[in-house]
Write a new protein. Structure first.
Length: 272
């Protein structure tokens, strides 16, 4: 059997990890919520929960409703997506690696005994305590690095700037309620244009740009929750390309796997 990896969280970072591992030959199973809160849906395997299947940079993923279906999909070299937030699939899928990509910034519920290799992304994970390895998720000279001891850099709670725009890039819910979009991902929008609304309260663009991501229509959101992303570079390719950050983090996960001789053999038949 090929190396099998369970990824908790099929958002843009988790999907970047999944894309790199699938291309390297691993079987990938993604665990998601019944209503994923993912924003960058065109590069997220979580989109399969809403549509039944999706494609992230030519890597196909299928929503699986039963155990047998998931196992069959894995053998066809497609990504299997399960509605399984507790990752109960670990009881039957024989995973070699568990990667927690949920970016909850708090200690995980599952420990180092969940798989032969447990990898955590970003703050909340401590290598040697609640996982075997931590991958740095903060942009800068340490992005994608593997830590075998200790933890990653602290969360700043500040979005990454693009062309001088920082917090303005992120669309947030002004109140709790149901989100309804008035534009689509890949639409060009202007300063002040209504992007969507939560109940009757509108959300407006803070500058001219392209809509890079939106949460799913009809999703119940909390006040302050991220519901969209506008990019000032006006490059439509960015809506459907896995980000450089996600690829770097995925490379870190791959490095951690290759550091284990047995896992390296399972992945590519390389000598120990």
């Amino acid at each position: 059997m090929s190396l099998r990896v369970v990824i908790r969280g099929g958002g843009d970072l988790g999907s970047g990890v999944g894309v790199r591992l699938r291309r390297a030959g691993a079987q990938v199973l993604v665990c998601e919520l019944p209503q994923p809160l993912v924003v960058r849906r065109y590069v997220s395997f979580a989109e399969a929960v809403f549509s039944g299947d999706t494609l992230v940079e030519e890597v196909p993923a299928i929503l699986c409703l039963q155990r047998d279906q998931a196992l069959t999909v894995l053998e066809t070299n497609k990504v299997a997506v399960l509605i399984d937030s507790p990752a109960e699939c670990l009881n039957w899928c024989q995973a070699d690696v568990l990667v927690d990509c949920r970016m909850r910034k708090s200690p995980p519920e599952l420990g180092m005994d969940a798989a032969s290799l447990v990898v955590g992304l970003g703050p909340g994970f401590i290598a040697g305590v609640n996982c075997h390895a931590v991958i740095e998720t903060k942009r800068g000279p340490t992005l994608g690095r593997v830590y075998w001891n200790g933890t990653s850099e602290a969360d700043t709670s500040t979005p990454e700037g693009v062309n001088g725009y920082v917090e303005q890039r992120v669309l947030r819910a002004p109140r709790a309620g149901k989100f309804i979009a008035t534009v689509r991902i890949c639409d060009f929008v202007n300063l002040g244009q209504v992007i969507g609304q939560v109940d009757d309260t509108p959300i407006r663009a803070a500058f001219d740009g392209v809509v890079r991501g939106l949460v799913a229509d009809g999703l119940e959101v909390e006040a302050g929750m991220k519901v969209g992303d506008i990019d000032p570079r006006n490059d439509l390719r960015l809506c459907s390309l896995v980000s450089d950050k996600a690829l770097a983090v995925g490379g870190g996960v791959l490095e951690a796997i290759l550091a284990y001789p047995e896992l390296r053999r399972r992945l590519c038949g390389c000598p120990a």
